[in-house]
Design a protein around this ligand. Structure first.
Ligand code: AMP
Ligand code: GLY
Length: 434
């Protein structure tokens, strides 16, 4: 174990990732006065906009290089943002190298990386979820459909960047989706396929910060997965979010903690998995009670951007305590009681073929109640900020109610433009007067 890892101090943090989620985590951590430096690797054009935040772009972005950089910079805490490095076991390798890491190891990341594994964990621990079947054969999948004789939701077992799920309205669509998923276009992610009963109801996301034994629950959030207004168009990573989600009250959140989050952590422990990181449960509130649609092993994006401005200054110390397996030693995490609204500005062609390389004209700056979090942005050789991905920026605002928060976010969005920029105009319709 390296010397710097034994110390109790938290002055230098490294965040792995390049999205809006990581940009917003860096911003939230920078509010802690005792933190001196926050590195985001590989980060984006917005990383250095925030006090004490630096973009780290080593030649190689593999875990070995990042571990060496962590030692060189004497990093006290590593936070791994995205699911792919978690599923690849980066947290294991970093811990073996003596680093203190917030993020589950490869075993715990299966919660997201294998839908079959995560469904089995739910069933073993009586966590309510949709009925399911799993199979490796197209013939068997078609047989299951025939027997069930109702439309199914067809899911690739592995990580498919949000594209591996088809929700079908008819049996014929389910049949097509089965043919499609076994066609090979999802690669090894669809070696196994999960077929699920289709359930209905509003969706809400809940999050727990875990230290392996105990957990702290964050305010719930609501994502907007569809590309277009009115929840139309294809699924995306998320076009906007708001928090706290009013669909569930404080008592509901306590009940869901008992029903879903605590049994999940206990179920992981039963499998000898010390789960350090975020448990994100995507829920559907059905007429027969809440059911888990999916687990993720990290913060949601863009839910994270809406949530981070609600975190008290203790957030950094809480993540550090989780990473050390000592949540009880952390100061109590406080939450700003305001309403937080997040709207994503995306590139033309997102989610299928996002256009890149367009210059961004930005006449808005972040402040304590308005944040511009970057995602798919980079800086060209002339110093211009240009688009480099599908979801480009998230504009996030806080106010005493959602009408005002969304008004602030949307009015500031007018100060940003790039060729092909588009965004949903109805984010938060559930809680706004529109
Ligand atoms: P996922 O990638 O697992 O988050 O799924 C994407 C979206 O598909 C979810 O947000 C839901 O809207 C929908 N979905 C997933 N599973 C089901 C299900 N069993 N029944 C109905 N809709 C579902
Ligand atoms: N916004 C959904 C997700 O992060 O998976």
């Amino acid at each position: 174990m390296k010397k710097n890892q034994k110390t109790e101090e938290l002055k230098r943090i490294l965040i792995v990732g390049s999205g809006g989620r990581e940009n917003s985590i860096a911003w939230a951590l920078s509010k802690n006065q005792s933190i001196e430096q926050i590195y985001v690797c590989p980060g984006n054009a917005g990383t250095a906009n925030f006090e004490k935040c630096f973009r780290l772009k080593p030649k190689a972005e593999d875990e070995k290089t990042i571990i060496n950089e962590c030692h060189r910079l004497e990093i006290h805490l590593v936070i791994i943002g995205p699911e792919v490095p978690l599923a690849q076991g980066w947290a294991n390798k970093m811990r073996e190298a003596g680093l203190t890491v917030f993020g589950p190891g490869k075993d715990g990341a299966q919660l997201e990386a294998s839908k079959e594994w995560s469904k089995a964990l739910m069933i073993e621990n009586n966590i309510p979820t949709a009925k399911y079947w799993s199979t490796e054969s197209k013939e068997e999948a078609l047989e299951i459909l025939k027997k069930f004789n109702q439309p199914l939701v067809i899911k690739a077992d592995g990580l498919a960047a949000g594209k591996g799920v088809t929700v079908c309205d008819t049996i014929a669509q389910s049949k097509d989706a089965i043919e499609n998923i076994f066609s090979g276009k999802f690669g090894s992610a669809a070696n196994k396929v999960v077929l699920e009963e289709k359930i209905e109801g509003p969706e809400v996301s809940i999050f727990a910060l875990c230290d392996g034994e105990k957990l702290i629950v964050l305010p719930p959030a609501q994502d907007h997965k569809r590309l277009l207004d009115g929840d139309n168009g294809p699924n995306t990573g998320g076009m906007g979010a708001y928090a706290p989600a009013l669909l569930i009250n404080e008592q509901d959140l306590k009940d869901l903690t008992e029903l879903v989050l605590i049994p999940t952590l206990k179920g992981l422990k039963k499998k000898k998995i010390k789960y350090i990181g975020v448990i994100y449960a995507g829920l559907m509130l059905t007429s027969s009670g809440p059911k888990v649609i999916e687990f993720n092993c990290r913060f949601g994006d863009p839910e994270c951007q809406a949530l981070m401005p609600l975190m008290g200054e203790e957030f950094a110390s809480v993540l550090f305590a989780c990473a050390r397996g000592q949540i009880e030693n952390a100061p109590k995490l406080t939450f700003n009681s305001q309403c937080s609204a997040c709207v994503v500005a995306a590139s033309k062609g997102y989610p299928d073929k996002p256009q890149k390389g367009n210059k961004i004209d930005m006449r808005v700056e972040s402040n304590s109640s308005l944040q511009v979090f970057h995602a798919g942005t980079t800086i060209d050789e002339f110093g211009n900020i240009i688009t480099s991905g599908g979801r480009v920026l998230s504009i996030v605002a806080q106010s005493e109610n959602f009408d005002k928060a969304f008004e602030l976010a949307y009015s500031n969005l007018k100060g940003i433009s790039f060729d092909g920029m588009h965004f949903r105009k109805d984010i938060g319709y559930q809680v706004r007067n529109i």
